[in-house]
Design a protein around this ligand. Structure first.
Ligand code: ATP
Length: 930
């Protein structure tokens, strides 16, 4: 008999062929063996650049090649010492460049790994989450709406399961999957509805499948080469700096040529001038800039990871600093997502529930008396719905080592929810009254589920029970009431009249006002349906039973984070699927709602035109009962008003809004794969304050980049000007080529890197967000670079002149003057580097705060002293030891550029642009409500 293909097999044949049990999965041991045999479940990556190629790349730079040529000439002319030293400097420079780039590259790769996908599988009989690349054929995978299918799987079970396969088949309409065998051997991919293909996305429902192919053997693997479009990791700033680099190269070359020509015209030897020119060009071109920018970004990103924010797209690090609005989900992000049912409402009765956390210990109390469940049919029904229309479960875990074997020990056990916290709270509620899922499982058999999603805001299950069938539903009361024709009142099923509806709505409103999340419960007998009815058939003519209200306390740290945002000129907006009254109560508790601020509901949004929304959007602080598609409208409207928007989301349908936002943010814990993939930033703790921390880091990184750009460029301007002015004035060379190269290597590299990891200024989060289109040289950075550069150049030359004028004709005095100029240039830069740390002046910050910088500066000073005072080095670097008078000249000339400008800025009292905290206070006082 011919071997059947995967899609032709039924569930039993599949399990047999793959040697696995669909309920208990593979054992870890077996999975390990299969991983070795089949390899990792990953698509081969594009070409990686090898470390050797990266090292050799360092020497491909045009100017470095010219310098090498020049060195060769000096070698040929017998200047061996010069030649060897220059080669040594080039090699050290190359190694430094290599280390910088290699580190940058490695950090970027590590970043990609961090956001690597995971999968839920059954191993050893338990559901566990593993890295998707550890999947092996035979693994049993559980999937739900929002998951990306991690390997090629054959469905064993499906539940209203729709999969979007456009990545593979081009078909954008999601395909309804099933688990039946398909006998036709040669059907096309698009028709293999019992297959889930790697890389495609579950958009609705749930399913269980067995992995049949992994890695490059999957359908995606077959076309992997075609789809290897790695996302650009270059930020707009990096791109602009690259352009700037090109302009600077041309400028440096032009100036260098002018220096050389002027020097030769004033009688300098051509060869010496040529070497000086090339060295100057090498020094003046900020070749290290791109690598330092990448390192600053990568290290900043690592700091963000420590603060629980994972950056998926590097460009967003920059955008973070510009964010002017954060649109945040409520549940889980602003609140703890630790739900506990505290109140119930049943046909006019108000009940309270005692007990805290997930421990199923507590009482249901009515008028201070415990309710007797036996005689309370309505309450029993409500608790059954709570327990059965539910996909979460409650588990007791034992913490201490000795108790791992599940020895019952009350003290050391904790209760955990597996699944959605809202549903978990309902399981706990039912368990408190003894209505456990275990006790019900033998009596009720689930045949169908109509899953929850954020548009429907309800969920139902079809159950077999005592020969009949039932529908149990739960959901947002306003979405459920429309489906109910009857209500359970005083133990009887009565028509759901307008008056009774009003009573339910009033009870709902009262619970919501106390910031409770409210869910309604309803049911019906399903006599006339033998088979699965459609969603619309099932969820109609329901009998309304009652309401449950659960608390979800706000996260403690969020209030402060919102205050920080306000001071930083960032507006916080809450967008939630929850009821408007609940949303408003929480918004008030957290300080999100401002005086005169507005609350809009999804219903109101639906009735507004884009223009109307644009007119109001700045005044709205809370959007309630919204559907995911509203989020996209809100983002777009805010963007039209010139805002840079950070937007959070977790569900499948949130992906378009996350993508459209300037900074799309997904939830690490509760987020779906789809939302994560659309996002630029993932919060590994789902916490709002993490967004604020990320913004702070984003601002800090950008400022650090500005700091070392300022340092490097001002230093380069200083170096070029020293040479340029000297040549124009007909002076001898103030710096010899080796000295120029030395300055470039020692003084520019290390301190600039230390600036890249500098601490932020104290008032970083008290300034307005910078404009998205702001030029890197804005806020007077360009002026600072030019002014400090000119001063450094002029005073270096002044020191040279002061020393040389003692005896213009002595070669010895020239050596001394050059040594003084060299020391002045180095010291001026090393003093200026501290000035670069502050947007105001050197006097505004503690000089010793950045230890790396102190270390870098001290090392540079020690190396300078070595070059000046260690005898064997003196002929190499053409230096002579300096005496006290020389040092006096050097230090005064080196200090003036920074200190004079510092005193100037203290005197003029210049301050950074602070946020006007009143900016968010609105004049309007109308509060629009549904
Ligand atoms: P946010 O967008 O802030 O996270 P949310 O999580 O409160 O909002 P949804 O999850 O869309 O928003 O829930 C909206 C409403 O749907 C809730 O107020 C609740 O009444 C109802 N609901 C939530 N979860 C379920 C569920 N598992 N089954 C049935 N109804 C639910």
């Amino acid at each position: 008999m011919e071997q059947k293909l995967w899609h032709q097999m039924n569930a039993d044949e599949l399990q047999q062929a793959l040697d696995v049990n669909g309920s208990s999965g593979l054992s870890s041991e077996e999975a390990g063996k299969r991983l070795e045999a089949h390899g990792a479940n990953e698509l081969s990556e594009g070409e990686k650049i090898s470390p050797i190629a990266l090292f050799l790349n360092q020497f491909k730079d045009f100017m470095v090649l010219v310098l090498m040529g020049a060195t060769l000439i000096s070698g040929l002319l017998g200047e061996y010492l010069d030649a060897i030293t220059i080669v040594a400097i080039i090699v050290i420079n190359g190694i430094l460049g290599f280390v910088q780039e290699y580190r940058a590259e490695r950090s970027l790769r590590a970043l990609k790994k961090l956001s690597a996908p995971t999968a839920h599988v059954i191993r050893n009989g338990e559901v566990v989450q593993i890295q998707a690349d550890h999947l092996v054929p035979g693994d049993i995978v559980l999937l739900e709406s929002g998951d990306r299918i991690p390997a090629d799987i054959r469905w064993l079970e499906t539940n209203v399961c729709y999969v979007e396969e456009s990545a593979l088949t081009g078909e954008s309409v999601p395909v309804n999957k099933h688990n039946q065998a398909i006998y036709d051997a040669s059907i096309p991919l698009g028709d293999q509805k019992n297959f889930g293909f790697m890389g495609t996305m579950v958009t609705r429902g749930t399913g269980k499948g067995v992995v049949v192919r992994t890695g490059m053997h999957t359908e995606m693997g077959k076309i992997a080469d075609l789809i290897q479009q790695t996302e650009s990791m270059e930020t707009p700033l990096q791109h602009r700096l690259e352009q700037l680099g090109k302009i600077l190269i041309i400028l440096a070359l032009v100036l260098t040529v002018m220096v050389v020509v002027a020097g030769i015209m004033h009688g300098q030897p051509a060869y010496g001038m040529f070497l000086a020119g090339v060295s100057l060009a090498v020094a003046a071109i900020p070749e290290g800039l791109p690598a330092i920018v990448t390192i600053a970004l990568a290290l900043g990103v690592q700091r963000m990871i420590k603060r629980k924010a994972i950056v998926r797209k590097l460009p967003s690090v920059e955008t973070l600093g510009c964010a002017s609005v954060i649109c945040s989900d409520k549940t889980g992000t602003l609140t703890q997502n630790k739900m506990t049912v505290t109140h119930m409402w049943l046909g006019g009765r108000v009940l309270q529930v005692t007990g805290e956390g997930y421990e199923p210990i507590g009482q249901i109390v009515e008028s201070d008396k415990a309710v007797d469940l036996k005689n309370d049919q309505a309450l029993r029904r409500l608790l059954q719905i709570a327990a059965l229309c539910n996909n979460a479960s409650l588990a007791e875990t034992f913490q201490s080592e000795s108790n791992k074997k599940k020895v019952k020990d009350e003290q050391q056990s904790t209760w955990e929810i597996k699944g959605d916290p809202t549903e978990g709270a309902l399981v706990v509620l039912a368990s408190k009254a003894g209505v456990t899922q275990q006790s019900l499982s033998s009596l009720y058999d689930r045949v169908n589920e109509y899953p929850f999603d954020s548009d429907r805001k309800r969920m139902s299950v079809q159950l077999k029970h005592q020969g009949g069938q039932l529908i149990y539903s739960k959901g947002a009361p306003d979405m459920l009431l429309d489906q109910c024709s009857y209500v359970l009142w005083d133990g009887k099923v009565v028509p759901f009249t307008g008056t009774l509806r009003q009573k339910v709505l009033a009870a709902n409103e009262a619970m919501a006002k106390s910031a409770l999340r409210v869910l309604g419960m309803a049911y019906r007998d399903l006599k006339s349906y033998e088979h699965a009815p459609t969603e619309a058939d099932a969820e109609c003519n329901l009998i309304f039973v009652g309401l449950t209200g659960m608390i979800d306390p706000p996260r403690k740290e969020v209030r402060d984070a919102i205050v920080t945002c306000r001071r930083a000129g960032i507006k916080t907006v809450m967008i939630t699927g929850d009821h408007q009254t609940t949303a408003e109560a929480i918004a008030n508790q957290l300080g999100i709602m401002q005086r005169g601020g507005l609350l809009y509901t999804g219903q109101q949004l639906a009735q507004m035109s884009d223009d109307e929304l644009d007119n109001k959007v700045d005044e709205v602080f809370v959007y309630a009962r919204v559907s995911p598609e509203h989020k996209l409208r809100i983002v777009k409207s805010l963007q039209r008003k010139g805002h840079v928007v950070a937007m959070t989301g977790d569900g499948v349908n949130d992906a378009p809004a996350i993508k459209a936002a300037d900074i799309g943010i997904a939830m690490g814990i509760t987020g779906t794969d789809v939302s994560k993939e659309a996002s630029a930033l993932i919060l590994s703790d789902d916490n709002f304050s993490t967004i604020v921390a990320a913004i702070e880091e984003g601002r800090g990184i950008y400022e650090n980049i500005r700091k070392f750009i300022r340092y490097l460029l001002a230093s380069n301007v200083g170096e070029i000007l020293t040479m340029f002015i000297a040549m124009m004035l007909g002076f001898p060379l103030p710096l010899v080529p080796i000295q120029i190269l030395w300055v470039n290597l020692v003084t520019d590299g290390l301190p600039a890197m230390a600036l890249g990891v500098d601490q932020a200024e104290k008032d970083l989060m008290e300034q307005r967000p910078r404009g998205a289109k702001e030029n890197i040289f804005a806020r007077r950075l360009g002026w600072k670079i030019i002014s400090r550069g000119i001063l450094i150049g002029v005073f270096t030359l002044m020191a040279f002149w002061l020393t040389l004028r003692v005896d213009w004709n002595s070669a010895e005095q020239l050596l001394k003057a050059q040594s003084v100029a060299f020391a002045t240039l180095v010291m001026a830069q090393l003093i200026h580097v501290f000035d670069c740390r502050s947007s105001r002046s050197i006097f505004h910050r503690n000089m010793f705060q950045n230890r790396y910088l102190v270390f870098a500066v001290l090392s540079s000073i020690i190396l300078l002293l070595a070059v000046l005072y260690i005898e064997p080095l003196q002929p190499v670097f053409k230096t002579v030891p300096l005496d006290l008078r020389d040092w006096a000249i050097t230090l005064v000339a080196a200090g003036i550029p920074t200190f004079v400008m510092g005193i100037g800025s203290v005197w003029s009292g210049r301050k950074p642009r602070k946020t006007n905290t009143n900016r968010n206070v609105l004049v309007k006082s109308t509060n629009i409500r549904a």
